[in-house]
Design a protein around this ligand. Structure first.
Ligand code: AMP
Ligand code: MG
Length: 324
């Protein structure tokens, strides 16, 4: 297992005490930075909603560092969930499972289920172990805004958080895949790095793996608008579109034809590598949002296959409120 450096160890020990004392800590995971509190302390969890200005109907994901911690949180774990957890944990896969009454209602927004995952980041795991409790943590940004992939991104939106552990840039860059398994059906509630194909391959053949139909109330946090920059964001229609003055352009291939016309261009990946795009997507949006010379942002779409499904989910939601 990876270990953390000495000065980080001190930072983690301090942060763990803050969590135990009912405070909030922003910390890196492999997906994005999380804003964590003791998941079993409803008063601490309430501070997350307050600081993020997150509506109380949007449930939080609980982060654990060992399989044993599941016992306190969930009623039962089916064989299929065990199979997937063995394969993908620690990693960016969240399970929605029936909760025990130890999990405060505020964590789950009153639902009978709780979202749980084991993050694949040595700092996050060490923090959970040292705190001695599961940590409820949504992304460390104001509700609806761009998710943070660096400690600076957190500072920009949540300057008053009790503590930020700087673990550098997150490796995956987009939020976890969320699944709900019931009987022999596995429903994908949110797309992420672990794709629907990855899940299909990992389950026995008799399992149906389906995508959540939006509009059904299984996952109240699946809003149409999310991850938004404070400037207009539009998805490019074609390579021949002309860009107005003050345009920032985010593309995913080195030789994109519009590069020359943009005031500023960020290339997330030289050649449409979806993992690289995921790692750099939110960072690119933050950079454009912070640049005073940029008045509107244009972004190249990707194909909705494999990880592209998760990427277009984030891009469509980030652009939703600006769509005409
Ligand atoms: P995040 O804001 O990235 O931490 O993700 C939280 C999201 O996980 C919520 O917006 C929901 O979509 C989903 N989620 C968490 N808990 C549940 C649950 N019990 N049932 C369904 N979806 C959940
Ligand atoms: Mg979030």
């Amino acid at each position: 297992m990876e270990t953390v450096q000495k000065n980080l160890e001190t930072a983690i020990a301090k942060a763990a005490k803050i969590i135990r004392d009912g405070g909030l800590v922003a910390f890196p995971t492999e997906t994005v930075y999380g804003l964590g509190a003791n998941a079993l302390n409803p008063v601490a969890v309430a501070k997350i909603f307050e600081l993020k200005e997150r509506p109380s109907f949007d449930p939080l994901i609980v982060h654990i560092a060992s399989f044993d911690q599941l016992d306190d949180l969930v009623e039962n774990v089916s064989d299929a969930v065990k199979l997937l957890a063995d394969k993908f944990w620690p990693g960016p896969l969240t399970f929605v499972l029936p909760k025990t009454n130890k999990v405060p209602e505020i964590v789950t927004s009153g639902l009978a289920t709780v979202g749980v995952r084991m993050p694949d980041n040595p700092i996050a795991l060490e923090l959970i172990r040292k705190a001695g409790c599961p940590i409820a943590a949504p992304s460390a940004n104001k509700f609806g805004r761009i998710s943070p992939t660096t400690a600076m991104h957190v500072k920009k939106q949540l300057p008053n958080v009790d503590c930020i552990i700087d673990g550098g840039k997150t490796s995956v860059g987009i939020e976890s895949t969320i699944v709900f398994v019931e009987g022999d059906t596995c429903t994908l509630l949110r797309a992420g790095k672990i794709t629907i194909e990855d899940i299909r391959e990992s389950l026995p053949n008799n399992f149906k793996v389906i995508q959540h139909v939006s509009g059904e109330a299984i996952s109240p946090g699946l809003l149409k608008s999310h991850y938004s920059p404070t400037k207009t964001l539009r998805i490019l229609n074609s390579k021949t579109e002309t860009l107005p003055e003050g345009s920032g352009l985010i593309v995913h291939e080195q030789n994109h034809i519009l590069k020359a016309f943009a005031h500023k261009t960020i290339v997330t990946s030289p050649n449409m590598d979806y993992h690289q795009i995921a790692a750099n997507l939110f960072s690119a949006l933050h950079t454009m949002e912070d640049d005073p010379e940029i008045t509107q942002i244009f972004i190249q779409p990707v194909e909705e296959t494999g990880l592209g499904l998760a990427l277009m989910d984030r891009i469509n939601k980030a652009a939703h409120q600006y769509q005409k």
